[in-house]
Design a protein around this ligand. Structure first.
Ligand SMILES: [Zn+2]
Length: 359
């Protein structure tokens, strides 16, 4: 059992997590700071923003959700590292979620820093509210959401406007490239799955991996199927886990929760967790002959029970179930449950290797 456990290195963060308080700003290495930014009204409670100091500039990774309190925390964290907001020269968002780059726009306006995202990351929202809302309602209906629940779960124009308000990048980061920041030697690694163009960053000299939401120490990141979006996000996620699970000694700096070592062990846990989930989906298919994603999801185990899922959590439950259906279809299972407009991608190599576990 021991060899499957991670080693927590952010002990102060872990204690803060248990105490339900915001962890402190920490100097992780010479020139690397961890600055927690509150994520209000969300169980994740905070995003860990990382400041990387180079010879002639400073890069902030995942500035966090946009709020007045977040802005104050960020300013105070930068001051603790000896910087003002105007000293920032670059901003990197590991992916296009509001709790990671929500604050990017006003940070860019204040500092003039460039904003960079992975080359395949997309802000996928129609410029027309009515089209975006109709497409969303259609997707939910395909998954088997009916009646009042369909109305309740469908995206609102307020939400669409919020998505549209997220900052567009000045730069795109390709897999394998170094961050364009003098004095920093930080490599980009493309890790699609949690989002289509998610990236992790590796600072080999300092022994650090900035893992965004790709790998977190405690929870398994959401891998959701959305249309439009990648054809087989769960297969992408497995392949991305394999890409990052190459070693155990570097310290992992995630965007939530706390730092740890044991990336390879954590990756193993996440693969096993998702394969167990896929097996559970197969069981439901076998025993209950469900006709929709909804009918599958309601018979899966959820940490607080199916009935506790509402709004966003229910949506995520459905789109995760859909990602499993698409993945299983790509592995050759004949599943006649509609998921969306897109056909699944071919089986990837990792999926092939794991075939036995699912039988
Ligand atoms: Zn995310």
């Amino acid at each position: 059992m021991r060899d499957t456990l991670i080693t927590v290195t952010g002990n102060v963060q872990k204690n803060a997590w248990a105490d339900r308080v915001l962890p402190p700003v920490e100097c992780v290495r010479d020139g690397v700071w961890s600055i927690p930014i509150p994520f209000l009204d969300n169980p994740m409670r905070y995003t860990l923003s990382y400041l990387l100091l180079g010879h002639e500039g400073a890069v902030l990774v995942d500035p966090g959700a946009d709020s007045e309190v977040g802005w104050r925390h960020l300013g105070a964290g930068l001051r603790q590292a000896g910087l003002a907001v105007t000293d920032l020269t670059g901003i990197v968002a590991t992916h296009y979620h509001s709790d990671h780059l929500g604050m990017a726009e006003r940070l860019r306006e204040t500092s003039g820093a460039w904003l960079a995202l992975g080359e395949h990351e997309v802000r996928d929202v129609s410029s027309d509210d009515a089209i975006a809302i109709a497409a969303d309602r259609n997707q939910l209906a395909v998954w088997g959401v009916r009646g009042g629940m369909l109305h309740k779960l469908t995206v609102t124009s307020e939400k669409v406007a919020g998505l549209r308000g997220l900052a567009l990048p000045d730069l795109r980061l390709a897999d394998g490239q170094l961050l364009p920041a003098p004095g920093l030697c930080v490599r980009v690694i493309a890790t699609p799955g949690h989002s289509p163009g998610h990236v992790c960053l590796i600072d080999e000299a300092r022994g650090l991996i900035f893992s965004g939401d790709h790998v977190l120490p405690r929870i398994s990141p959401h891998v959701t199927f959305e249309t439009p979006g990648p054809a087989n996000p769960l297969a992408d996620y497995f392949a991305s886990l394999e890409r990052i699970g190459f070693e155990d000694d570097m310290e992992v700096c995630p965007a939530h929760e706390y730092r740890f070592t044991g990336m390879r062990r954590r990756v193993k846990q996440l693969v096993e967790h998702n394969l167990r989930r896929a097996a559970e989906v197969l069981e439901v298919l076998d025993e209950r002959s469900p006709r929709t994603v909804w009918e599958i999801a309601q018979h899966l185990t959820w940490s607080r029970g199916w009935d506790s899922l509402q709004a966003l959590s229910l949506r995520l439950a459905l789109s995760e179930t859909a990602s499993h259906v698409v993945y299983l279809q790509s592995r050759g299972y004949e599943i006649n449950v509609p998921v969306g407009a897109r056909a699944p991608t071919p089986v990837n190599e990792l999926a092939e290797a794991d075939r036995g576990d699912l039988a």
